[in-house]
Design a protein around this ligand. Structure first.
Ligand SMILES: Cc1cc2nc3c(=O)[nH]c(=O)nc-3n(C[C@H](O)[C@H](O)[C@H](O)COP(=O)(O)OP(=O)(O)OC[C@H]3O[C@@H](n4cnc5c(N)ncnc54)[C@H](O)[C@@H]3O)c2cc1C
Length: 505
């Protein structure tokens, strides 16, 4: 590529992993010219564990990436066994588009398949190439500058810039959206390692995700590709530093989990220990004139509920569909990006707070213990648990007031629990609900774009009269206030230090 070359495209996507490639795939499939830039090369790993549930499997299927994924031998995992506070629970899933299993494919494998899917759809994926700047015209992003590892540089004129470049998003920096308007500290950190799985490929154990909670720490085992397995501890994040590469602390902790130890007995370590102690949760402004942020670039939840990959693929695809249909008119495009962002926020906020709940590191509490006891003998309730993780139902219907009243009453009459613990438990849950309702209220108060159906993604779009008159391709300033609510919320958060530091602990 000659130095300083200038070229033109419909969309530039920065980041080619689980958010960027699905967005690029849908755009390319809908006839748009897409250039994807990624600083890395593929196949390659990234610091992430990688459990996915049936909705994500269904999304991968819709994208055309499931078949190649299954062909790698990454196991189907329809069973989940958990034990919190000594109570065994097997959860169940309602099938999503016919898929009733989760998976745990290595990111080296999954991300590479997504990159190849985008390429096959017609997107041009440029590896070892990073974004270095943006150009603006009439208040909109109009071009992107880049450089690659060989020292080449260039500029791409574009109608839309999508930032799918992860938590430390350069695109978010460049468009002025890097500072989250909602941020919460996670209670847990992650320490994990890959091992050889001692069980044969067709065994029930290779089709089961396991989780045990002892004291303040979660211990987990997930079968993954190449007859391997992922062993994961999620302790309070301040305990992460105690894990060294010499395995001494790891082995000490493993002793507390006899069933985990038995599950992996005979399986030699495949990798070093990997750690993450600081992945706080957040929402960033995720759309603006000629730009959008998807995946971790725009929003991150505590990994304890394993929803990041699903949300990256799900909202990546829908961003691609939304933009593909509206790209030729900047006003339509901005309005639809804004609606896409609102819908994502509205749908993700419940899971966001659900994750923060599970990130609390207190030992299993009385009300929670009563919940676990009720789950196992009740098929429907344990299915509700599976469907909550699969996002087939809201966490708020599992943790509904009738359920909570029932579990609290059980805990109150049980002489084994100190009454004060039950009261603390209820107060904590009510405080979480109050924070969730506050955030739902904030989202509901944001302006809507008139005449646009929530369900218009990918389908025929209803066009406002002002939009219908606009000449495609000509920039018409948006007729509705699009950013004021988000900015108001940002201003509100900025003025209150307490809110910026808002923590669930
Ligand atoms: C420790 C940990 C464990 C997790 N476990 C799970 C789990 O079990 N299940 C689950 O669903 N989710 C999990 N998550 C969340 C999940 O990893 C993320 O939600 C997901 O990786 C987001 O994907 P993404 O495509 O948005 O970003 P990323 O996967 O971070 O990809 C960003 C891409 O952008 C590229 N890039 C960055 N900057 C530039 C630049 N300037 N120019 C060009 N390219 C650039 C990078 O090279 C990278 O390829 C976990 C997260 C962490 C941190």
């Amino acid at each position: 590529m000659p130095q300083g070359m200038r070229e033109e495209t419909d969309v530039v996507v920065v980041g080619a992993r689980v958010a960027g490639s699905p967005a690029a795939t849908e755009l390319a499939r809908h006839g748009r010219k897409v250039i994807v830039l990624d600083a890395g090369t593929f196949p390659s790993d990234t610091l992430s564990t990688h459990v996915i549930f049936p909705t994500c499997v269904a999304e991968l299927n819709a994208l055309g990436a499931l078949e190649p994924l299954l062909a790698t031998g990454s196991p189907k995992e329809p069973y989940v066994q958990i034990n919190h506070g000594g109570v065994d629970v097997n959860w169940h899933y309602t099938a999503v588009d016919g898929f009733n299993y989760g998976m745990c494919p290595r990111r080296t494998v999954l991300d590479n398949i997504l990159v190849e899917t985008a390429r096959a759809a017609g997107a041009e994926v440029r590896e070892a190439t990073k974004i270095t700047g943006v150009e603006w015209k009439g208040g909109r992003v109009s071009a992107v500058t880049w450089s690659d590892r060989k020292g080449n540089t260039g500029t791409i004129d574009t109608k839309l810039l999508i930032g799918a470049d992860g938590r430390r998003s350069t695109v978010a920096e460049l468009v002025g959206a890097a500072k989250p308007y909602r941020r919460n500290e996670n209670g847990r950190g992650l320490v994990f390692m890959y091992v050889d799985d001692p069980y044969p490929a067709d065994s029930r154990e290779r089709q089961t995700l396991f989780q045990w909670r002892v004291g303040d720490t979660l211990g987990m085992y997930f079968p993954t590709c190449d007859n391997g397995g992922l062993v994961l501890f999620m302790p309070p994040r301040e305990q992460v530093a105690a894990f060294g590469q010499d395995m001494a602390h790891w082995n000490e902790r493993l002793e507390e989990y006899p069933l985990l130890k038995a599950r992996i007995a005979g399986g030699a370590p495949r990798t070093k220990i990997r750690k993450a102690a600081d992945p706080f949760s957040y929402f960033r402004r995720s759309s603006g004139p000629g730009w959008a942020l998807v995946g971790d670039a725009g929003h991150f939840k505590d990994p304890v509920i394993a929803q990041g990959v699903r949300d990256a693929v799900y909202y990546g695809r829908r961003l691609g569909l939304t933009a593909a249909a509206a790209l030729d008119n900047p006003t339509w495009l901005d309005n639809r990006l804004y609606e896409w962002e609102l819908k994502r926020d509205r749908e993700c906020i419940v899971s966001y707070h659900f994750a923060l709940r599970l990130s609390l590191t207190h030992p299993v509490s009385p009300v929670e213990l009563e919940m676990w006891k009720k789950l196992e003998p009740n098929y429907d309730l344990s299915r509700e648990l599976g469907d909550t993780f699969s996002r087939k139902q809201s966490a708020e219907s599992l943790l509904s007031y009738p359920h909570l009243v029932h579990w609290t009453a059980k805990a109150f009459v049980n002489p084994a629990y100190p009454k004060m613990e039950v009261v603390t438990d209820v107060a904590r849950e009510l405080a979480t609900k109050a924070r969730l309702y506050r955030d739902l209220g904030r989202i509901a108060r944001r302006k809507r774009v008139v005449g646009h159906s929530w369900d218009a993604w990918g389908g025929p779009m209803r066009v406002r009269p002002a939009e219908a008159e606009a000449t495609p391709g000509e920039y018409v300033p948006a007729a509705v206030p699009q950013r004021s609510d988000l900015l108001a919320e940002e201003g509100e958060v900025r003025t209150s230090k307490a809110k910026v530091k808002e923590s669930v602990a």
